[in-house]
Design a protein around this ligand. Structure first.
Ligand SMILES: C[S@@+](CC[C@H](N)C(=O)[O-])C[C@H]1O[C@@H](n2cnc3c(N)ncnc32)[C@H](O)[C@@H]1O
Length: 340
């Protein structure tokens, strides 16, 4: 029955779901910490069996399993719970798209994600990063932290990195420069799809030094290298494909324009630029995931999420032609153009 005060009954759930949404995130992270997904890898379990294997009481086991079921990470048949395909894809170490490094990073940094910190960022229009200034520069002084961040990014990037290279014809491109490419996840995706191409990751120290490990892991050491460089100061090494993933969202519009102009100047004629991001819709009313990533940017960086329209206009204004935007996996998408 409709409530008599004229409010739609679903409004009540909507507002409370928003209020309690962080517990949905914590359910996933707690399950990850308890190694719940690994416990279910061998097959379906009842609450009581799962509790025994997790070495926790039945009450928390049931609470977690119920929440994960509502989140579609777990399925329920009768009184038995099993891994849903979402958890098989992203929560099992054996999966090529395992998100574990990013889940670990979320656990390690969640103490920074407070309302007080976000309120300060909103009031001052400055990020907290790890405490001050540019988080990436601080990585130069803390190799362990840089390694953890790079691995977290790798885990999040590897699934979309397998998709966008299938959507573009890169057969005429010989050398990809994965600028601020972290582990080189996207270069790895591109090289797997385009066997004639080579790639180089343009990165700061110490991240440039990690690329070799990832190249070895994916058996690409002959085709994937790293170049040490600061994208604000150092010239780009020769390449006919410039790629930026989750780079523009770290920086202001002025700095994004600088990078776009720098790529335009450095690419040869027919060279291509690809910008890969969680793209906002043109009217910036969603999708939800890029808007949430925007809140992450408020906390950690000076940037924001951009819409495909904003990035296309930027590319066209700098001189790129044939500019187009395409969603490639969920809200991930590319904006690409060619130098005439
Ligand atoms: C959000 S991560 C994106 C990594 C990768 N492109 C991906 O999508 O997985 C941003 C990267 O920018 C790199 N970076 C930041 N400032 C840089 C600079 N001035 N020159 C080169 N790389 C930089 C960082 O080291 C970090 O790996």
């Amino acid at each position: 029955m409709a409530p008599s005060n004229g409010m739609a009954s679903h409004d009540e759930d909507s507002i409370l779901e928003i209020l309690y949404a962080n517990f949905g995130c914590f359910a996933l992270l707690t399950a990850h910490k308890l190694q719940l997904f690994r416990v279910f890898e061998a097959g379906a379990l009842t609450v009581s069996e799962a509790a025994k294997r997790l070495n926790i009481a039945e009450r928390p086991a049931e609470l977690l399993l119920t929440t994960l079921t509502a989140q579609r990470l777990i399925t329920k048949m009768g009184d038995r719970y099993a891994l849903a395909s979402l958890a098989q894809q992203y929560c099992l170490e054996s999966s090529p798209t395992y998100l574990g490094g990013m889940l670990d990073f979320a656990v390690a940094t969640h103490a920074m994600c407070t309302v007080e910190n976000l309120e300060t960022c909103a009031r001052t229009d400055r990020s907290l990063a790890y405490g001050s200034g540019d988080a990436f520069r601080e990585h130069a002084e803390d190799i362990a932290r840089a390694r953890v961040f790079t691995h977290a990014m790798h885990c999040q990037s590897i699934a979309p990195a397998m998709m966008w290279p299938k959507r573009l014809d890169l057969s005429n491109h010989k050398m990809m420069l994965d600028i601020a490419g972290g582990s080189g996840a996207h270069a790895i995706g591109a090289l797997q799809q385009w066997p004639e191409m080579r790639a180089s990751v343009f990165e700061m120290a110490p991240v440039n030094g990690f690329v070799r490990e990832y190249a070895d892991k994916y058996s690409l050491s002959g085709r994937l290298t790293a170049v040490l460089g600061d994208m604000w100061k150092d010239p780009y090494t020769p390449a006919d494909l410039h790629f930026y993933s989750q780079v523009y969202h770290d920086w202001t519009e002025e700095k994004c324009r600088f990078l776009t102009e720098k790529s335009f100047a450095s690419l040869p004629s027919r060279g291509r630029i690809v910008i890969h991001e969680l793209l906002l819709d043109s009217d910036k009313s969603g999708p939800r995931l890029p808007t949430l990533m925007g809140m992450v940017m408020l906390l950690w960086t000076e940037g924001r999420q951009y819409s495909g329209l904003e990035l296309s206009e930027l590319l066209e204004s700098v001189g790129f032609v044939g500019v187009h935007t395409e969603r490639t996996l969920g809200s991930w998408g590319i904006v690409t153009g060619v130098k005439p």
